[in-house]
Design a protein around this ligand. Sequence first.
Ligand code: FAD
Length: 437
Amino acid sequence: SAREPGGERVAIVGAGLAGCLLAVLLGRRGVPVTVYERRPDPRIAGAERGRSINLAISARGLAALEQVGLRDHALKQALPMHGRMVHPARGAQNFQPYSADGERAINSISRGELNRALLEAADGTPGVTLRFSQRVAGVDVDAGMVLLEGANPEPADVVLAGDGAYSAVRRSLHLDEDADFLAHGYKELTIPPRDGGFALDPDALHIWPRGTSMMIALPNLDRSFTCTLFWDKDDFAALDTPEKVTARFEDEYPDVAGLIPDLADDFAHNPVGSLVTVRCWPWTRYGDGAVVALLGDAAHAIVPFFGQGANCAFEDCIEIDRCLTETGGDWARALSLYQERRKANTDAIAEMALDNFVEMRDRVSSRVYRAKQAATHALERRLAGRYVSRYELVSFSTVPYAEIPARIRRQNRVLGLAVAGAAGALGLAGLLRRRRS
Ligand code: FAD
């Protein structure tokens, strides 16, 4: 745009997790911003029922929240989960710690509470204007206009689209994009408190791995658990009577079937959500009137099996802020730097998230997996800092996602050589012993 740097009219689309955090960061830089959100103000209207009730926030998300002074607030609203509690189809449940020292935890937090805290922070930041019940239809980059449904277009020089996986802004740009849907969908159910307490251990993320499908449960502050079924979509449709629902639960999840009093009713009424990986490029569009950039799920929705979508969206916001600092507030350069730096990282976590679905629904239940995990943790303790598991690098570090697969390969290669070396040395020792005797 022809405006002086610093004089741009900046719009954010979506007051979700990423949109709100970015509004706070920009407001604090002294950049006035208008945020358009299609929903009414959730602080007045109450949270919308729909996508996940709670989510796991880990190191990356906490590091981002720390930048705006919300880390401690978020942790106070969260329940730490130090490992997985695996519930096999038969036999006793077993606990698998997430970290070698057993100390590190991911944090179960209410999506609604986290979004409200971020909205409050945005609302309290000078220069941030929140516009609720304003659905954006797209952006006209040449006219420099945000197109609103049921209202006149409004001018903007910079548009930052944090409007989620099904982003209207992304669609209006006709980018090169691919939305990859899993055959699985998800449905949420609630395990209420039992006798005033948690019905399951609250210090774990519970998993019922069943080969090609699974159920998980995360604890909530009110001592309930939110369960999420990840099933083939046809399987949801096939359970069309209360009897079928109850029978399947008693068969597949016998230890919880009795803990969900409204099982058949919740099953019938709660929606089935889709699981999508969105890949698109570029994330920016430069027109005569405006520059647009996508962030968060709008740029790179991923499946939820590593609990990283929101963590990753928060990292985008921090990167945009950093690029603005590095370019002295030059939006065009900052946004192109931002997309260059983030793309490989979001591609990497998208792949790792897909891979983790197989790990969670299938591998965690095997004895071999458990033995391997115990060996990995033992190695991590012996080789502190030099051998770090993929889970730890993703969840308990801020090492760029893109560096993780190569680092894991390198660690495994060194380990393979060490094992071969040890075996070789043993072989040589054996030979020497035989020679001497
Ligand atoms: P969103 O949170 O989707 O926010 C988008 C906002 O834009 C919303 O407020 C929406 O109302 C608004 N909007 C949409 N369209 C328009 C429009 N046209 N005009 C105006 N406003 C609009 N991530 C984790 O880190 N940990 C987890 O444990 C985890 N679990 C998950 C479990 C499930 C079942 C799912 C589906 C996702 C999970 N995620 C998790 C991913 C996480 O929810 C997303 O990555 C995160 O919400 C992305 O934030 P966002 O701000 O980009 O998008």
